[in-house]
Design a protein around this ligand. Structure first.
Ligand SMILES: *Cc1c(COP(=O)(O)O)cnc(C)c1O
Length: 384
């Protein structure tokens, strides 16, 4: 087994699910897109189902197929849009797509007409009507909601399983962002009313991701779609500060992933010797360098050094020189007790551990990108 590992602490995942459930009475959908934010889609999906979540969500048909092939039978929402030729696969894998326009709806109906399993089952196919209330990504305009909902409700093939939208700034505490989100909620509510006015049942109403779950309890409606909080992180620094720091710790999340790499070599350097490509770092005094078999090919961002530190034993040491594709080097000093085969912690759930947020800050991105960027060659080890 490779020494560089992402350990997935399933008990922390379960803890986070429990925290979410304490925040809402609505149904719970867990987003397992992008390999469950890098944590391993199949294992996380199985654990989520064991924790009693109501449904799962993916971004692509392929991600949904992977879960179905692993034997997962829970409802799976498909957040992302597809090409026409992927539509038969949506049906084959029984994914519940977001639909936003007539062209796609008609293509889906045609695919259903051709699908003999669907015809045999004799039930209508579930879809969720996605409304763009201000995200500007996918979704129908408010003015088109009524006609689309009515069409779906009359379709011999389709069932309006739900109606949904997505927030653009629900992770912000800026007053204009709060006003913007409340306006999105208002547009969503108006759209639901317009659907009901035509005697069409909107089904499951859902719009909140992690930000909405934490900050907008009046926007939970019938279901919430949790992603990042299930993996132990707040969606933004602002919410983390507001909810988990200070006197009142309202929400306690536990990071699920622990990224580690072993010390595979220790060498002594004389003052003046340089380390790595480009010779950007030179030892100022005699020291020792530990090499870790982890690099940007594993998802450790190349620009994280200089700045990045790793934990070995109880101490923290700087990564020096450029991070390579497969390796990086750590200055462990002349007299530390670091030994070959010791384990270096890149980030993890420990009380004093660095987190994916700290890595993200070093490279001016968000923790979502760090977690999803941990590449396929890093083995995911499930820790019960
Ligand atoms: C990714 C995604 C979510 C989950 O977002 P988090 O911020 O990770 O909670 C919810 N809904 C949609 C449509 C998404 O694309």
């Amino acid at each position: 087994m490779r020494g560089t590992q992402a350990r997935i602490h399933l008990s922390n995942f379960e803890h986070n699910i429990f925290q979410i459930k304490q925040h809402t009475l609505a149904k719970l959908c867990i987003s397992v897109k992008a390999n469950a934010y890098g944590h391993g889609a199949v294992h996380i999906a199985q654990k989520a189902v064991a924790c009693g979540v109501d449904c799962l969500a993916v971004a692509s048909v392929q991600e949904g197929a992977q879960l179905r092939q692993a034997g997962i039978t829970a409802p799976i929402l498909l957040f992302g849009l597809t090409l026409p030729d992927e539509i038969p696969d949506i049906v084959q894998w029984n994914l519940q797509p977001f639909v936003c326009d007539m062209e796609f709806i008609e293509l889906l109906e045609k695919a259903l007409e051709k699908n003999s399993d669907f015809k045999k089952a004799g039930v209508k196919y579930p879809v969720h009507l996605k409304i763009d209330t201000g995200m500007g990504r996918i979704g129908c305009a408010e003015r088109d909601v009524s006609a689309l909902a009515l069409y779906i409700s009359k379709s011999p093939y389709l069932h309006l399983q739900g109606v949904c939208t997505h927030f653009a700034v629900s992770d912000s505490l800026e007053s204009r962002d709060i006003a913007y989100t409340n306006n999105q909620i208002h547009t969503f509510t108006k759209s639901i009313d317009a659907i009901k006015k035509q005697a069409v049942e909107p089904g499951i109403r859902h719009c909140s991701a992690s930000g909405g779950i934490l900050m907008y309890p009046h926007a939970h409606f019938d279901m919430v779609r949790a992603g990042i909080i299930a993996y132990g992180y707040f969606p933004s620094k602002a919410l983390k500060t507001a909810l988990s720091e200070g006197r009142e710790k309202l929400v306690k999340l536990k990071p699920v992933m622990e990224l580690t790499a072993p010390v595979v070599s220790i060498k002594t350097l004389k003052a003046g010797q340089s380390v790595s490509y480009g010779r950007t770092w030179t030892a100022q005094k005699d020291t020792r360098i530990a090499t870790l078999p982890i690099g940007y090919g594993d998802g450790l961002p190349r620009n994280a050094a200089p700045g990045l530190h790793v934990g070995i034993g109880d101490s923290s040491y700087p990564v020096v020189g450029r991070i390579c594709m497969d390796q990086c080097m750590v200055d462990i000093g002349k007299n530390s007790d670091v030994q070959r085969w010791d384990e270096a912690l890149i980030f993890g759930p420990g009380a004093n551990s660095q987190t994916a947020e700290n890595i993200a800050e070093l490279v001016n991105t968000i923790h979502y990108e760090i977690l999803t960027g941990i590449s396929a060659r890093v083995p995911r080890i499930m820790v019960p």
